[in-house]
Each structure stands twice: as C-alpha cells, then as structure tokens.
Design a protein around this ligand. Structure first.
Ligand code: G3H
Ligand code: 13P
Ligand code: NA
Ligand code: ZN
Length: 328
C-alpha cells in the first residue's frame, strides 16, 4: 500500500524509530529493498533522484514501484522525489504517483549555486501549497551540506573571496529552522550538520568537531514535533571498502556516518535517513567479485544476483538498526 511521508514519519515519531530512505534506479534495487522490508516487516521509503528518473525513465520507474506494491501488499511504501530542484520536477513526480517530494531550495535550480533564505522559503512554500492540495508530503532543506573538515560546501568549491565556508555557514541555524518550518509548512526538514553526499565524507572517524549532532539536538529542543532528515548518511562500512578493493576496486580509505551517530539522531527527532552510497558500494563490490572470480561469466544475471543479495543484506541491517523492523 502506498503511504505519504507524513503518515510514515508520524508513525515513526510516535514509536521512536527511524526510516532509511534508499535510492532506487533499477529493478534489482527495488527488489532487494522490498525483499529486505518483507523479511524484517518494515515500511519503506523508495526515493528517486532526477538522475534516477532520467536513467530508468519515469514510466519504467513508476511501474516498477507499482509492481513492488502488488508483490508486497503488506508493506507500506512511500515513493519520494529526492532533491527536486524546481516546481516542475516536483509536480511531474506527483503526476507519476509519488506520495512525497523533496523541494531542495537550499540550492538554485541549477543545483550548484547556494540559494538565499528568501528564495528557499518562496519556492518551498509554493511546492507545499500545491502538493498538500493533493495529499502529497514535502521535504525541505535548510543549510549547506558540506565538510566541516575542509569548509567545502557541496554546491561550490568553498573558496570564495572570503575563503572556505565557516562552520556557521555549513550548519543549519536552529532559530532560522523554526522560521522556515513555520513559513513553508514542510512535513520534514533536511538539516546540514556536517555530512555530505558520496563516499568521501570524513578523513577520520568523525567526532563532534566534524559531525555536528548538536545541531539536531538544538532543533529538536525548539521543535520536538518536527521530522528531521539526515542526508549523506551512508556509513561507508570498512568491510565494504575492503571487499570492493579486494577485487580490483580503488577506493582510498574513507569514513562515513557511524550507525551509532544515526541512532543519536533518531533519539532526537531524525526520522528519515538517506542512504545511497552504501547501496552502490554493496552492489559494486559484489559485481567486482564475480568479475574477478569468474572471468568467463557473461550472463548478467550471475552478476546481478549476488549484487541484489548484498544490497538486501545491507538494507536488512539498516531496518534492524534504525528500529524500522517490525513496524510495517
Ligand atoms: O543525492 C544524491 C543521491 O545519492 C542520488 O545521486 O543524483 O547520482 O542519482 P544521483
Ligand atoms: P549518501 O551519499 O551518504 O548515501 O547520501 C544519500 C543522500 O543523501 C541522497 O539524498
Ligand atoms: Na530527499
Ligand atoms: Zn541528499
């Protein structure tokens, strides 16, 4: 059954759990996540980026989710647009059956230039006004995702006239967050607290100096009923890095967001946890392994089956760790 983000996160808040939001681009990812959800009795958030929509095609993607719904009638599914960049992206997602959209107004529509507060409020409010009329939820984002180690914001190189971005610029301001939620009526808010997208988040195991969990605590104190979203929340597990490198991959040593820090977030109002990199890494390592161990193999299914299994195991672990398991 299809549910909205609001319905799912309200339930998660009531019961004190978090929901991983996994990115999907193809059939194997959809199947892997649904098998993990069914095995652990978890509700799911399947999210598609603009890149996913153009990779698979809107109809193909939407019909795959419909197939997942028919195959697993007992699993609540929220289909979410990840990082919508303008009204058109959000509206066309709604036309294709998405029950939730992210209007990421922290960046201009080119998805590269940081936006000012007024632009962000204006475009986000416009999307919530429209989406709420048709019962669709909206996630907004306030703050610049980026590294507190380097001062690099994601949308720019961080080296403007004044040099790298300051900590204050890279973190969501809790008081501004209160204004933003009130003005836009978003159902969930993505916050900036030191994480960034991709595999290379931290050059060491993160501590409070580079992963600012205090921002989440401060926002939660001001808005205990708010559903927060952590982007860039792959853990980039050491064993997956090793597995990937063992079969010819080249990933320099890196650190992601430790599960125990995500659990601190969930304790303080984080309800949606975005994970893409871990899923990619699990599948890519499994594909590399087949390529390495069976050089004569050319049936794509023999590559995809272990990749699907690796993703399924990863998703099961996250459902169990975040308390999503048993909540479907
Ligand atoms: O936010 C980024 C997600 O990992 C999606 O990445 O735009 O390459 O599909 P993508
Ligand atoms: P990761 O790159 O850490 O998996 O983050 C994914 C994300 O935030 C998608 O919106
Ligand atoms: Na999102
Ligand atoms: Zn993101």
């Amino acid at each position: 059954a299809r549910i909205t983000l609001r319905q799912l996160l309200d339930h998660a808040a009531e019961r004190g759990y978090g929901v991983p939001a996994f990115n999907v681009n193809n059939m194997e990812q959809v199947i892997a996540i649904m098998e993990a959800a069914a095995a652990t009795d978890s509700p799911v958030i399947l999210q598609a980026s603009r890149g996913a929509r153009s990779y698979a095609g809107d109809v193909m993607l939407a019909k795959m989710i419909e197939a997942a719904e028919i195959t697993y009638p007992g699993i609540p599914i929220c289909l979410h647009q990840d990082h919508g960049n303008d009204e058109g992206t959000c509206l066309s997602a709604i036309q294709h059956g998405y029950t939730s959209v992210m209007m990421d107004g922290s960046l201009k529509a080119d998805a590269k230039t940081p936006a000012d507060y007024d632009y962000n409020v204006g475009i986000t409010k416009h999307v919530t006004d429209m989406a709420h009329r048709v019962g669709v939820s909206v996630e907004g984002e306030l703050g610049v995702l980026g590294s507190l180690e380097t001062g690099m914001g994601e949308a720019e190189d961080g080296h403007g006239a004044e040099g790298a971005l300051s900590h204050d610029q890279l973190l969501t301001d809790p008081d501004q967050a209160v204004q933003f939620v009130k003005a836009t009526k978003v159902d969930a808010l993505a916050v900036a607290m030191g994480t960034s997208h991709g595999a290379y988040k931290f050059s060491r195991k993160p501590d409070g100096a580079i992963l600012a969990m205090n921002v989440i605590r401060a926002i939660n104190e001001r808005m205990p009923a708010l559903h927060m979203v952590m982007h860039g929340s792959s853990s980039v597990p050491q064993d997956l890095q090793e597995e990937f490198n063992k079969y010819g991959g080249k990933m320099p040593q890196t650190w992601g967001v430790p599960i125990e820090e995500i659990l601190v977030g969930i304790k303080h109002g984080v309800r949606k946890v975005n994970i893409d990199t871990d899923c990619r890494l699990a599948m890519a390592a499994a594909i590399r392994k087949v390529g390495h161990e069976k050089p004569s193999e050319f049936d794509p299914r023999q590559f995809m089956k272990p990749a699907l299994a690796a993703l399924r195991d990863l998703c099961k672990q996250r459902f169990e760790a975040f308390g999503t398991a048993g909540q479907a």
